[in-house]
Write a protein that binds this ligand. Structure first.
Ligand SMILES: CC(C)(COP(=O)(O)OP(=O)(O)OC[C@H]1O[C@@H](n2cnc3c(N)ncnc32)[C@H](O)[C@@H]1OP(=O)(O)O)[C@@H](O)C(=O)NCCC(=O)NCCS
Length: 141
């Protein structure tokens, strides 16, 4: 399918989202490394932010595809999450989220985790709507 007219490199670039956090004791499991559920939480937030910035509509997470936890991140280390739109569909976006660990003392960085989040565009009542309607001013208050 041809990309929607608003699926431009500029819009994808504007949606590119980075979130950086320190891993605190409340984020970790009994091994002293980040808890998988906490990492999923952060990744889901980044996926929503990325989708929202892409076209400024409301999104919900419909599904997550093949998240892998490839390397641990310890308490006191930095976690950086990066989200990018990788596919634009009719009512939904695919957002790839990657997580990188960083030792703040040495600066060493390593790949930690990755996965694809499918974000569905919805109206106020939670029903799917087309992305193709273009920017709509919505009041979330
Ligand atoms: C996501 C949700 C709105 C889809 O509603 P639905 O009526 O089943 O959707 P439809 O079958 O009409 O499909 C609408 C779009 O959703 C996509 N979709 C639906 N289920 C999906 C799934 N499991 N994974 C990926 N995409 C999905 C469809 O592919 C379609 O998008 P497309 O036209 O761009 O391909 C609905 O299942 C829902 O509200 N789920 C709960 C969401 C939620 O609470 N998330 C956690 C908090 S954000």
């Amino acid at each position: 399918m041809a990309p929607w007219p608003f699926d431009t490199p500029e819009r994808r670039a504007a949606a590119h989202t980075t979130m950086t956090e320190v891993v605190l004791p409340t984020d970790t499991n009994h091994y002293g490394t980040i808890f998988g559920g906490r990492l999923l939480d952060l990744m889901d937030r980044v996926a929503w932010l990325t989708a929202s910035r892409f076209c400024h509509l409301n999104f919900v997470t419909a599904s997550v595809d093949r998240i892998t936890f490839d390397a641990p991140i310890k308490e006191g280390h930095i976690i950086e999450l990066v989200g990018d739109v990788t596919e634009v569909r009719v009512h939904s976006l695919a957002v790839r989220v990657m997580a990188t660990g960083e030792d703040p003392l040495s600066g060493r960085r390593w790949h930690c985790s990755g996965g694809t989040f499918y974000m569905v565009c919805v109206d106020r009542t939670g029903r799917p709507i087309s992305l193709h309607q273009g920017p709509v001013v919505q009041d979330n208050g």
